[in-house]
Design a binder for this molecule. Structure first.
Ligand code: UDX
Length: 422
């Protein structure tokens, strides 16, 4: 099939390159020529293990353009993969979705009779595809959805750092379509992956994405709350959850208690769901508590440090700046509130991350950055924020370590060790 992918951010790049590897022709569209130049030169615009290799392997199947109509005209199906950033009130900003729909609609007006399908892959609240995207497409094209062109939602469940594997070996594919033709098109597209396909209506598919992320975020905040309780009772929360998840009704994943969740999805999606519910007069007490617990965890780490050190004027080593290992992404990283709080307390900071330092420098240009994790050892105390593999090999002997991610070697070796919730 010929697919156009609008937006070469995280979701768009991974999706497009993986579909190319499945044998499809891909046309990437972005307003940012720099990202397209990167793709053309064989380099993915985002860092993701294996993605550059796959891009190089499939280069002949990939083209790029800044022009949506050009991409729509030469393809059979368009996936909207643009960002839906969070507004100050927690709701989603649909500006990029609207812009994409407008241009696709214009293109559909002129496109020949061949049936075109438009799929929303961006994370959008229930109702967005049918109430926002569809009317714009119909108005601009003068055509009718499901009669003249197909429309659907197909949320992604890709974890950063594992996205290529997640694409090819997913637990499930969720297809939202209100008409048989779109259902069939999407089911056919994903069939070669041999993954369970869950087909439902568009609104339900959109909801599944939010509920999945909200539930996972809830699991993490729950494990953190229990972990905080375990800590004061000298109980290892990890052992507790190992015991708890032997119950087959309780899945063992995402019980890693620690400094909390960050990234481009969980915080944003939980906030959006809260705002969505509130706009309909529904008070989501659990979801609000999920966010509160998550916001409190970094402050707990600071309080633990203060137990052992008068922070003012001291040099504090920060191990890990990305929101999780194997990515350079610092969006909503727990390192941000930690560094902020330490600076407010008058500390000097020496930070290290294998990949995320360039991005972090744009947020905190004045703190010091180390060339290696070893260099960070020359500080008054260490704080572990991200569980990068190399932090499991450092010599922590004689150090004060405040750990937000359960690095057992530090626990065994450090002179003074505090785990955030174990
Ligand atoms: C998430 C979802 O997992 C994915 O399905 C969705 O489509 C996009 O959002 P991602 O944000 O890439 O993926 O990372 P994920 O591995 O889910 O971790 C998110 C955050 O939760 C990280 O900060 C991580 O450190 C934290 N986390 C995760 C925990 O604190 N404890 C856990 O047990 C698991």
């Amino acid at each position: 099939m010929k697919l156009s992918i609008i937006g070469t951010g995280y979701v768009g790049s991974v999706t497009g390159i993986c579909f190319a590897d499945m044998g499809h022709q891909i046309c990437f569209v972005d307003v940012d020529q720099i990202k397209l130049d990167a793709i053309n030169s064989g380099k993915s615009p985002i860092y993701e293990p294996d993605l550059d290799n796959l891009l190089m392997k499939n280069r002949t199947k990939i083209t790029t353009t800044t022009d949506i109509p050009e991409a729509v005209n030469q393809t059979d199906l368009t996936m909207i993969c643009v960002g839906t950033p969070q507004k100050t009130d927690g709701s989603s900003d649909l500006r990029f979705i609207n812009d994409a729909a407008y241009s696709i609609g214009k293109a559909l007006a002129d496109k020949d009779k061949k049936y075109h399908t438009v799929i929303v892959k961006s994370t959008v609240l229930p109702g967005t595809t049918s109430n926002v995207v569809k009317p714009v497409l119909e108005r601009e094209s003068g055509k009718e959805a499901t009669v003249d062109f197909g429309i659907g939602a197909n949320p992604e469940f890709l974890k950063e750092g594992n996205a290529v594997k997640d694409f090819f070996h997913t637990d499930r594919i969720v297809i939202g379509a209100n008409d048989p033709k779109t259902k069939k098109t999407l089911e056919g597209l994903y069939k070669p992956l041999h993954a369970p396909i869950f087909t439902t209506n568009i609104k339900t598919a959109e909801m599944i994405k939010y509920v999945s992320n909200a539930f996972l975020a809830t699991k993490i905040s729950f494990s953190n709350e229990i972990g905080n309780l375990c800590k004061v009772n000298d109980i290892d929360s990890y052992e507790v959850f190992r015991g708890v998840s032997l119950d087959c009704r309780i899945n063992p994943h995402f019980f890693r208690s620690g400094i909390g969740f960050g990234g481009s999805c969980f915080p944003k999606d939980v906030h959006a769901l809260i705002a969505f519910a509130e706009s309909q007069g529904i008070d989501t007490k659990i979801l609000k508590a999920v966010i509160r617990t998550n916001d409190d965890q970094p402050q707990k780490l600071i309080a633990l440090l203060k137990k052992h050190l008068d922070i003012r004027g001291k040099k504090i080593g920060i191990l890990g700046l990305s929101f999780k290992p194997d990515t350079d992404d610092i969006r909503e990283s727990r390192a941000i509130p930690v560094v902020q709080a330490l600076l407010e307390e008058g500390a000097q900071i020496l930070a290290y991350d294998p990949m995320a330092m360039p991005g972090f420098k744009t947020l905190f240009p004045r703190i010091s950055y180390a060339k290696s994790s070893k260099e960070v050892l020359e500080t008054d105390a260490l704080m572990i924020i991200t569980e990068w593999k190399e932090f499991f090999d450092i010599d922590y002997k004689g150090k004060i370590v405040i750990d937000g991610r359960k690095v057992n070697k530090a626990r065994r070796e450090a002179d003074i060790y505090e785990g955030i919730c174990w």
